[in-house]
Write a protein that binds this ligand. Structure first.
Ligand SMILES: Nc1ncnc2c1ncn2[C@@H]1O[C@H](COP(=O)(O)OP(=O)(O)OP(=O)(O)O)[C@@H](O)[C@H]1O
Ligand SMILES: [Mg+2]
Length: 457
């Protein structure tokens, strides 16, 4: 008697690896408890509606690059400068874009607004909602002032039906809101399961590449901020952008973490208003406070993609009531904060062992540019000693473990942006080439202790 054939398999929800037996730990990616059981369907994965499917091998011919017309690569403008910037200068035809973000952060608002503006500009657009009814979408459109739009709407979750409609009406831009609600009838599993996500994303990728339509996928994120489902989704799409920012605050940042057609780490800044997401054309002003700095505040500059962004960082130092002093930071990596405190103790004689330290970056900005290290160190010194830092001065520098101030990238762009916003003084690392900007006093420091002495004076 032949052995009984398995009817189920176990799939890792993190990496999508498949196993015939359950394992406590995924043998591919090493995640614990991530395997879930799924039914195996005979023809699974063979029903891809590719234009090439069914084409005899002899009919497929490669092309030379010179034969390929270039007009396809002309980008479509969203008429929203911040969104265009995040996409690398507009939407590339045939691209598959994934937009992720926390619930309620404004993903549907952004895509609906964009489609409404683009359809008013004469583009054929299709909005597919798997989460909201037509009446609910209309309600949102009314709030956004887009109720009279020519945009086409489809409230459906069956991807096969959606693709049939899309192939018929040939839109230039398609939005799928959200990819986790879509399912393919050819596969078992509930919408949002690993196999469904993979299959749906693959079908949409083939659709985007063969039809040339820009396809935007809205994706849910997990608790730790990753797109829900296998990382595979991020590999399959051309562009991945995440919404960041405090949901309760008014500003939202759209950051590109992957882009096949543009620079990564590019950001777009938006303000959430009752009329939807409004692009912020001068974001440095948003993250800066007007007037004098109080003790504990410092201004620095971070490079976000090609853009220099000024922001205010604040530190609060207080006597601790705990056995272990608190280190709390919002918008800045906690480990780096611990290192900076150790450096201050060693090189600036600032003992923080009995003090809690809280750090916050204004406007919900998340910093990962090392060039902001020195500004945080001086903000802590300023709060601990209750001395305000000199007004209209910008602090730039990365800190090394021997207390040296290291040179940073794009110093000229940072200084120019500060000058544009009326700053008069800039603290920079002593090494490297220092650009001269008229009207800007440049202070060079090689060591942390020198910069701390300047802050104290
Ligand atoms: N009248 C209003 N005035 C100001 N802001 C509003 C108003 N109505 C809704 N919002 C904002 O829009 C947000 C909802 O945005 P949206 O539905 O686009 O989010 P989403 O990212 O698509 O969420 P989900 O993941 O749940 O689909 C709310 O959290 C709120 O901040
Ligand atoms: Mg939504």
């Amino acid at each position: 008697m032949p052995p009984k054939k398995n009817t189920t398999q176990f799939v890792c929800t993190e990496c999508g690896a498949e196993f015939s037996k359950w394992l406590g730990r995924c043998a591919e990616c090493g995640t614990y408890g991530s395997l879930s059981e799924q039914e195996i369907k005979e023809n699974a994965g063979r029903g891809i509606s590719s234009k090439n499917a069914g084409t005899a091998i002899g009919e497929i011919t490669p092309q030379t690059l010179s034969e390929i017309p270039t007009e396809h690569s002309k980008r479509l403008s969203t008429a929203n400068p911040e969104f265009d910037r995040t996409l690398g200068g507009g939407m590339a035809p045939g691209s598959l874009v994934l937009i992720g973000g926390d619930p309620g952060i404004g993903k549907s608002t952004l895509v609906l607004q964009t489609l409404a503006t683009m359809s008013a500009a004469g583009f054929k657009t299709l909005y597919v909602s798997g989460e909201e009814s037509a009446a609910q979408v209309k309600l949102r459109a009314e709030r956004l002032g887009a109720a009279g739009s020519e945009m086409l709407l489809l409230c459906e979750t069956s991807l096969d039906k959606i693709l049939t409609v899309a192939e018929k009406i040939k839109p230039q831009i398609v939005v799928i809101d959200s990819i986790q609600t879509m399912y393919s009838e050819e596969l078992p599993g509930t919408p949002g399961s690993v196999s469904q996500l993979r299959e749906c994303a693959l079908k949409l990728m083939i659709f985007a590449k063969t039809s040339g339509a820009v396809t935007l996928l809205v994706g849910h994120v997990t608790k730790d901020g990753q797109i829900a489902g296998p990382r595979l989704l991020e590999h399959m799409v051309d562009t991945v952008a995440y919404f960041e920012g405090d949901k309760k605050g008014q500003y939202r940042i759209l950051r590109t973490v992957k882009n096949r057609f543009g620079a990564t780490d590019e950001i777009g800044v938006f303000e959430m208003t009752s009329l939807g997401l409004v692009p912020v054309s001068n974001p440095s002003r948003v993250f800066l406070q007007e007037g004098e700095l109080s003790p504990g505040s410092a201004v620095s500059c971070t490079m976000e993609g090609s853009r220099a962004l000024l922001f205010e960082i604040q530190a609060l130092v207080g006597k601790t009531n705990f056995a272990l002093p608190q280190r709390v930071s919002a918008g800045f990596e906690q480990k780096r904060l611990t290192i900076i405190l150790a450096l201050l103790e060693r090189f600036a004689n600032l003992r923080m062992g009995n003090f809690d330290v809280f750090v916050s970056v204004a406007g919900g900005l998340r910093l990962d540019d090392p060039a902001v290290d020195l500004s945080l160190a001086l903000a802590i010194v300023s709060n601990a000693l209750n001395i305000a830092l000199p007004p209209r001065s910008l602090i730039i520098g990365e800190l090394g473990l021997s207390g040296e101030i290291r040179s940073v990238s794009s110093l000229d762009l940072r200084i120019k942006e500060a000058h544009r916003l009326g700053f008069e003084k800039v603290v920079v690392p002593a090494g490297g080439k220092i650009p001269q900007v008229k009207g800007m006093q440049v202070l060079k420091f090689a060591k942390l202790e020198d910069a701390v002495n300047w802050a104290k004076s």
